[in-house]
Ligand binder design. Structure first.
Ligand code: GLN
Length: 379
């Protein structure tokens, strides 16, 4: 068997979903909504069932879908995009990130990853034969040390993974931070691979800045995103890579052999979402702003300490006060005895950091209230 897989374990996030189901716990571990997508998408899906398509689409994504993504992202990213040259449609941003990494890294090359990080990045790096270099984001504000980041490039990092807004911290990178990164990638002739799936879930006064939109950065950025979080359709597995033509040509090749293509009927139905006007995105932000306030207020009233998220829909809760040896043990007991599932924070850190669990709040008001009620018994 391949020893490459010894480098990482199965996904702890998805394992926690199985544990949540086992104990009938409210699942605030794997981040996905328990509410329906917009009605327009459901209607479009029904119509597509009748009208098709039901066979393969063009490998890199249906022309209409790529045009719609280009039109929407041009508006938000403020960049001109050619749907034939700058976009590949993938099976979620999970495939997008893998395709992006395989498109720029030779085996044995290095990839810089901020820690804590979404667990896929290390696995993706190893699966494409590259070597991760971790750069810590340091509490309390989870900022990076400029020299430590530069050292990663000095050691030869070919690309930096930039999850912004970030999972699991909810960090929204500032313009100054991003400008510093842009200076480094220019100086060291490297790429930035973004994961921007939470691009539309950002809380005032933070603002999302697309790395590709910074001066001179389009040529160095491989932007990965998806429709999962923006339209509450995580199960549709629709994502995409946006980048300069030479990189996208490579991504098309990788994608072609990895999956052939994203689901044709779902690409068609999703056009209904991509056509939404600005109001939709404003409403999405206010919906999640309400959920964040509700959940954080609940944590406050229970007296739990946490890092306040500026974006995305996760919150890292500090469990130091409980004195339980491992966060894994804590999360298991929480699911079993309190009836709420969270992800052990250590699965996001390179180093042995044991004092957090991650909750997500992409749930209906009733679900969050019920979870908070159960969490009253956490002590
Ligand atoms: N990105 C989500 C999370 O971090 C869902 C992960 C997944 O299972 N694809 O929880």
């Amino acid at each position: 068997l391949s020893t490459r897989l010894d480098w990482f374990s199965e996904s702890i996030i998805r394992k926690m979903t199985r544990i949540a189901n086992q104990y009938d716990a409210i699942n605030l571990s794997q981040g996905f909504p328990d509410f329906d997508p917009p009605q327009e998408l459901i209607e479009a899906l029904k119509k597509t069932a009748d009208e098709g398509p039901h066979q393969y689409e063009i490998t890199w994504g249906s022309p209409l879908f790529r045009e719609a993504v280009a039109k929407k992202q041009e508006r938000f990213m403020n960049i001109k995009l050619n749907p034939d040259e700058n976009i590949v449609v993938t099976c979620g941003s999970t495939e997008a990130m893998m395709a992006a990494m395989m498109s720029v890294c030779e085996a044995g090359e290095k990839v810089a990853i901020f820690s804590p990080f979404y667990e896929n990045y290390a696995a993706d790096t190893v699966l494409c034969g590259a070597i991760p270099i971790y750069v810590p984001l340091n509490p309390p504000e989870f900022t990076f040390n400029k020299d430590e980041l530069e050292n990663a490039f000095k050691e030869g990092a070919k690309a930096l993974i930039l999850c912004n807004p970030s999972n699991p911290l909810g960090k929204v990178f500032t313009r100054d931070e991003l400008m510093f990164i842009s200076e480094l990638v220019t100086k060291y002739d490297a790429f930035v691979i973004t994961d921007e799936v939470y691009e539309h879930i950002v809380y005032e006064p933070s603002k999302h800045i697309y790395f590709a939109s910074l001066p001179g950065m389009f040529e160095r950025t491989i932007s990965c995103s998806s429709l999962s979080k923006t339209y509450s359709i995580t199960g549709w597995r629709l994502g995409y890579v946006i980048g300069p033509k030479n990189v996208i040509d490579n991504c098309k090749k990788v994608h072609d052999f990895l999956t052939v293509g994203a689901a044709a009927p779902l690409q068609k139905a999703a056009l209904a979402g991509l056509a939404f006007g600005d109001d939709y995105y404003r409403e999405l932000t206010s919906l999640y702003t309400e959920k964040r306030e509700l959940f954080l207020k609940g944590l406050d009233s229970i007296g739990l300490k946490y890092h306040k998220p500026e974006g995305a829909y996760y919150v890292m809760v500090d469990i130091s006060e409980f004195g339980i040896k491992t966060d894994v043990e804590f999360a298991k007991r929480l699911a079993e005895n309190v009836g709420v599932a969270a992800v052990p924070g250590s699965s996001f850190f390179k180093d042995d950091v044991n004092n957090y669990v991650r909750f997500h709040f992409a749930k209906k008001k009733e679900t969050l209230e019920k979870a908070l009620e159960r969490l009253q018994n956490i002590r």
